[in-house]
Design a protein around this ligand. Structure first.
Ligand SMILES: Nc1ncnc2c1ncn2[C@@H]1O[C@H](COP(=O)(O)OP(=O)(O)OP(=O)(O)O)[C@@H](O)[C@H]1O
Length: 241
């Protein structure tokens, strides 16, 4: 589904990812793991058109996304949903308008239909209908994340990219978010790629993951393989379970 080959990324000549190779399978929940500042988010950005690799390729569904025509890139972008770490909701818009914004931008739906679709996603992410007229400042952290997730899902993407979906949530909300991520994958069949530091998410919901350390991908595999991996740079994190 998504194949990274020999990806090199740099910021001002400083190498962040030095030859990253990975293979994300269709329908799996795949994690990008690594210490703080190790380059996980930068790697994620190469998959969502936010950071062009200096060399190497990212293929989604067989298409080399950075070398595709503008038209192909547009069509790939429409198959992606992205949720950033801080949710990035528009504070002057209601929950319903925040969820519907991509539909307003990219669909031909009438405002009524957009509202109906947005309401459907609102319910799907576990929010009550009366949340639709609230503004972001009136929401808890967990609710904000759910609204951001509903917005990322609005165009029914094939791949969902989540940057630290549990960060800033209390333990109960974090586990609820994990359950929601699993349910979305199971009911919609979307492939989910997520950056995470959360050891419970790693143990409970990731099918496979990679670990970035010192600019390189030092591991790709499942939890069982990671527990057998002697040089795991995240050993201390894994021991927390
Ligand atoms: N826009 C930018 N300009 C310059 N340097 C950047 C930029 N974005 C990230 N970096 C640097 O690249 C390195 C990797 O950052 P990145 O955000 O990919 O790490 P990360 O593994 O996601 O970290 P964290 O877990 O702390 O979010 C860091 O040293 C960071 O300072």
């Amino acid at each position: 589904m998504i194949v990274g080959k020999d990806i090199v990324t740099t910021y001002n000549d400083r190498i962040i990812n030095d030859g990253a190779n990975f293979h994300i399978k269709s329908g799996e929940i795949y994690g990008l793991l690594g210490g703080s500042g190790s380059g996980k988010t930068t790697l994620l950005k190469t998959m969502i058109f936010l950071k062009k690799p200096s060399s190497g390729s990212v293929k989604i569904g067989g298409v080399d996304i950075w070398r595709a025509s503008l038209k192909e890139q547009e069509s790939i972008k429409l198959q992606m949903g992205v949720m950033f770490q801080f949710g990035a909701l528009f504070s002057n818009m209601s929950v319903l308008d925040n969820i519907g914004i991509m539909l307003r931008e990219y669909s031909e739906f009438s405002q009524n239909d957009i509202d109906e679709v947005a309401k459907m996603w609102l319910i799907k992410v576990g929010l009550k209908p009366n949340a639709m007229s609230l503004y972001p400042s009136e929401l808890s952290g967990g609710m904000k994340k759910r609204v951001a997730l509903a917005r990322a899902l609005a165009l029914s993407p094939r791949v969902l990219f989540l940057d630290e979906p549990n960060s800033g949530l209390d333990p109960i909300s974090a586990r609820a978010m994990d359950r929601l991520i699993c349910e979305i994958r199971d009911s919609l069949g979307v492939t989910i790629v997520m950056v995470t530091h959360d050891v419970d998410s790693i143990f409970n919901i990731l099918d496979r993951f990679l670990i970035v350390d010192n600019k390189k991908i030092v591991f790709e595999g499942d939890l069982k393989q990671a527990l057998e991996f002697k040089d795991n740079p995240l050993k201390d994190l894994f021991m927390m379970r």
